[in-house]
Design a protein around this ligand. Structure first.
Ligand SMILES: *Cc1c(COP(=O)(O)O)cnc(C)c1O
Length: 380
């Protein structure tokens, strides 16, 4: 039934018996920097690649500061801690996200509140967000309190799904009105811009990126917190390094910290990967354009970037008209060795999160039922 699509994907990714969804490509200084780490013995929590990688990231994103962490989940956990999210808090996020977002919120003891996706965009729906806040929240001395649970709404964590920027201007305006700080989960959106020159991750009080093996740039495992706020930057670094007070020999820790600092060997890999970010984004956008043109005359919708936005097209996605069509496509392509996959099961359908507060999730449900991700690795 989907023979032409299978042929086309094999044409994009030739000479592979199975075509992965997203495989990393190492064709730069990766081995050189890793060897350098090993030769120098600095493979762990001290070394020159970590600050270099951080500088590279803050320069590229356009924030003043960056703090490298062991993974994106720990970056999110730390970012939430920095905004004093705790067990008296609720945190707004998306029903449609990777589980790490809700997990990190839960680590702080806070309750995630799941917001629907936008009809025009896979990310958080500003209208659903506003409706929830208008109906459930009162402002008390500039603190947003949920009237029902009596908990404080301590943060809002929108996520740029598959690299497509959320409608951040609207979300920011709503959150500003309710005095709710924003943390951008930009784990998937390295190389995605709200507008020309304004990278995703620059509109939250803090934002996080991930360098897991399936992301555009990988450090093996790794994450990054970015911010323009000097105080938060200093605290992020302090908390990620066991809250140790700098001293030549004393081990004095002034609070309960975390062992979340990125090891040097991961930073070395990440830095080598980051050196060719522009080529990677060029390749991914070219692949997206190929898919877009291919699906133009089919009864299948290609998930395109929104007007004025620049997407990294981390994972290309198509939307079928029914769950049945989606299911037959998943079966047929995977049988042919092409690793397509559905979106994550919605957070509201996972056992540990199914009884938590949420908005209507009409659009997230539709996306879950009808969308499939296509192979999207960088092609050189
Ligand atoms: C990848 C990812 C993360 C972080 O993942 P790590 O594997 O911990 O680096 C967080 N949120 C989203 C949406 C992601 O896709």
């Amino acid at each position: 039934m989907f023979k032409d699509i299978i042929e086309f994907i094999k044409f994009l990714y030739p000479n592979q018996s199975t075509i992965p969804l997203h495989a990393p490509v190492f064709n730069g200084n990766e081995k050189k920097y890793l060897n350098d780490c090993i030769d120098s013995t600095f493979v762990s929590s001290v070394g020159s690649y970590v600050p270099k990688f951080e500088k590279m990231m803050s320069d590229y994103i356009g924030t003043k500061y960056a703090v490298a962490t062991v993974n994106g989940t720990s970056a999110l956990h730390l970012a939430l801690k920095l905004l004093h999210v705790n067990s008296d808090s609720e945190v707004l996020t998306q029903a449609l996200s990777f589980v790490a977002t809700a997990n990190a919120i839960s680590y702080t003891g806070a309750t995630p509140v799941f917001v629907d996706s936008s009809p025009s965009n896979l990310g958080m729906c500003p209208d659903a967000l506003l409706k929830f806040l208008d109906e459930n929240v009162i402002l008390k001395e500039k603190i947003a309190i949920n009237k029902v649970s009596r908990k404080k709404i301590s943060a809002c964590v929108p996520m740029h799904v598959f690299g497509h920027p959320v409608q951040m201007e609207k979300i920011a305006e709503i959150c500003h009105k309710f005095h709710i700080p924003i943390i951008e989960d930009a784990a998937e959106s390295l190389g995605s811009f709200f507008s020309k020159g304004r990278h995703t991750g620059t509109m939250g009080k803090l934002s996080i990126f991930s360098f897991n093996g399936n992301k555009i740039v990988t450090s093996g495992g790794g994450g990054m917190i970015v911010t323009d706020d000097e105080e938060l930057f200093i605290r992020a670094k302090h908390l990620s390094t066991t809250a140790k007070v700098q001293h030549e020999w004393d081990f004095f820790h002034d609070e309960i910290g975390y062992n979340y600092r990125m090891p040097n060997i991961n930073a070395a890999l990440g830095m080598a990967q980051m050196e060719s970010i522009d080529e990677k984004i060029r390749s991914k956008r070219a692949t997206a354009l190929e898919y877009k043109n291919f699906f133009q005359d089919k009864n299948i919708k290609f998930m395109d970037e929104s007007e004025g936005r620049i997407s990294n097209y981390w994972l290309n996605a198509i939307e079928f008209q029914s769950k049945e069509a989606r299911d037959s496509f998943l079966i047929e392509t995977n049988k042919a060795g092409i690793r397509t996959r559905p979106i994550w099961i919605l957070m509201t359908d996972l056992p540990m999160y199914s009884s938590l507060p949420k908005t209507n999730i009409t659009y997230a449900t539709k996306y879950f039922n009808q969308i499939v991700n296509l192979p999207s690795s960088v092609r050189f």
